[in-house]
Design a protein around this ligand. Structure first.
Ligand code: BES
Ligand code: ZN
Length: 593
């Protein structure tokens, strides 16, 4: 036995899957998907085959001749799920597995009509990263096993389906149900498999972009993301042609656990971005940037996650710089920098998680998810850029993408390529310290700009009683406010908090970043007048980025605040995605609740 990935049962002695054909039927009543997965192997194979599953019921396995195959499901591992072992007594080029998913499948969230914007139809969506594809279909759930796929998805007649794939056709059935057919002809890691079904409509916003959303949301969404084609054009100038043909976006229900997910051809976005001011550019730029860094070149395993997120954060900021200028980006980098320092503090007792290259054997990747791979990865690449100069680094980036596209690589492969293309770089930058060392290397370039410095100064002066004046904030957009709030002291008096809220109404800001940073301070400081707003926020959105600090803030606060956290979670839990549920549950457990 030789595992290729600490988070998968995939065995290096067995052939990988190259193609998955799914034939699925969605049942909103029983909250289950049932159907077949046909897995084609790199070569005809005889022997044992190991697949990843989580909470799947496997009904039958057949070989290419229709012969029934013996199989067994191992006991469940809490992180990996259950290994499915299939015996192939005769060589077979493919296998067909019939199965159904559990109502508790970790990738799937089933929403009642009342949990959608429209309130009339149920909705379901997947979130497969990090290791949840295995709860939707049996597979070799490691990015190393890149697959093309087709999917036929049967749904109720009034339901629309979107996927991370090209839509082929919709066929109405006599039963009143319908089948939507999709094909994905580019090989992707299983974590990029994606599906959503519900009352979904779309608007064209560009030559290769539509915004998909529920009918009551789609207009506002189309407005918010109207500049997407310009963003794609900037990205192509930096990183080469966009290889995925279409760049559509789906605006999710509020319980979507992330800001964005880079599902190819169909990025999933949180509705919290829809503020009406088009301020969400960096999230769109980020998910778009994954089209090169993450989707074309993927991390081999979660140990190399920084190759996905560090490169993408770097690429995102290059795109935003091209679109909006250096000042805007420096604010973003400033926010990231303070976030990085905070995370390094959070991992004080587990400093191994502040390395770029990690060893996550036995560790749930969702549990140690942090800003470190994003921000430290970004700073590593920025350090390299500053060493060799931008023109040379840009050339290197394009070569890197061309060399490894449609592959899943590890950190060492990247390092070897870097040293080959930029000889001597290892003498100028301490690569080992950046990759294998803990914390923030001393040669990281601290963000600075006139506006950033000014805001940091204003925030620092708040303690000594200096309040914001109209003249300070005249030209401020959301970003400036966010940086300001983010840099205020974490302990404020009730008087200070109420003064801020009376002047600026942060606790009900339309901008969720602003609202949550402020409410987190309020939670920390046991500021009870904001408890209703906190409760409201925890009921309204399921984005982990917001749930985590709000719950953590309450849990580190007074006994009443802790009780509030406990009560709100027990009320709101059914609204959260399974991944978000387990993150919050982890916080409560840690706090002894
Ligand atoms: N791929 C990530 C989201 C993710 C990571 C989901 C790991 C599950 C496991 C996505 O690209 C991302 O980074 N989203 C950020 C956007 C932000 C950095 C602009 C988010 O959701 O906050
Ligand atoms: Zn990302």
């Amino acid at each position: 036995m030789a595992p290729v990935d600490p988070h998968s049962y995939t065995d290096s002695l067995q052939p990988l899957t190259t193609h998955v054909a799914l034939s699925l039927s969605l049942d909103f009543q029983s909250r289950s998907i049932s159907g077949t997965a046909t897995l084609t192997l790199t070569r005809p194979y005889k022997g044992q085959l190991f697949l990843d599953t989580r909470d799947l019921r496997v009904h039958q396995a057949l070989d290419s001749e229709g012969r029934s195959l013996r199989f067994s499901l191992d006991l469940e591992d809490s992180i990996l799920g259950s290994r499915l072992v299939i015996d192939l007594p005769v060589e077979t080029p493919w296998i067909v597995v019939s199965y159904s998913t559990s109502p508790h499948a970790s990738a799937l969230q089933w929403l009642e009509p009342s949990q959608t914007a429209g309130g009339n139809q149920p909705y379901v969506f997947t979130q497969c990263q990090a290791i949840h594809a295995r709860s939707v279909f049996p597979c070799q759930d490691t990015p190393v096993a890149r697959v093309k796929y087709t999917a036929d998805v049967e749904v109720p007649g009034d339901t629309r389906v979107v996927m991370s794939a090209a839509h082929l056709e919709r066929v109405s059935l006599d039963s009143g149900r319908a089948v939507e057919r999709f094909v994905m002809n580019q090989a992707i890691p299983p974590y990029l498999f994606a599906l959503a079904a519900g009352d979904i409509v779309h608007e064209e916003i560009g030559p290769r972009t539509r915004v998909y959303a529920e009918p009551s949301v789609v207009k506002a969404a189309a407005y918010e993301f109207a500049n997407t084609e310009a963003t794609i054009t900037h990205a192509e100038a930096l990183f080469g042609p966009y290889e995925w043909e279409r760049f559509d976006v789906l605006v999710m229900p509020p319980s979507f656990p992330y800001g964005g997910m880079e599902n190819p051809r169909m990025v999933f976005l949180t509705p919290t971005l829809i503020v009406g001011d088009r301020s969400a550019v960096e999230v769109v730029a980020h998910e778009l940037a994954h089209s090169w860094t993450g989707n074309l070149i993927s991390n081999a395993t979660a140990n190399d996650f920084w190759l996905n997120e560090g490169f993408t954060t770097y690429a995102e900021r290059r795109i935003v710089e091209a679109e909006q200028g250096k000042d805007r980006v420096e604010l973003q980098i400033g926010l990231g920098w303070s976030g990085l320092k905070e995370e390094v503090g959070r991992f004080k007792d587990k400093p191994q998680f502040t390395k770029l290259k990690t060893d996550l054997k036995g560790v749930d990747p969702d549990e140690i998810y942090s800003r470190v791979p994003y921000e430290k990865g970004f700073h590593f690449l920025r350090r390299l850029e500053s060493q060799v100069g931008r023109p040379k680094f840009d050339k290197f980036l394009k070569e890197y993408i061309a060399e490894f596209q449609f592959q899943s690589i590890d950190t060492e492969t990247f390092l070897a390529f870097l040293k080959e293309r930029i000889p001597g770089i290892g003498d100028e930058v301490d690569l080992d310290k950046w990759i294998y060392g803990e914390g923030i290397p001393v040669d990281a370039l601290e963000p600075r700009s006139e506006i950033l410095d000014k805001i940091l100064e204003l925030a620092a002066q708040f303690e000594s009683g200096r309040q914001l004046m109209d003249a300070d904030t005249q030209n401020w957009q959301a970003q400036e406010w966010i940086v300001y709030l983010d840099n205020l002291p974490k302990k404020l008096s009730s008087k200070q908090i109420s003064m801020l809220d009376d002047s600026f109404h942060f606790s009900r800001s339309k901008n969720w970043e602003i609202r949550v940073i402020f409410l987190t301070i309020a939670a920390h400081c046991d500021y009870k007048p904001c408890f209703p707003a906190i409760e409201d926020a925890l009921h309204s959105v399921g984005r982990i980025k917001y749930l985590r600090p709000l719950y953590a803030g309450l849990l580190e606060s007074s006994p009443e605040a802790k009780q509030l956290a406990k009560r709100v979670f027990s009320d709101a839990k059914p609204k959260y995605h399974p991944i978000a549920q387990s993150v919050v549950q982890g916080l409560l457990t840690q706090a002894g609740l």
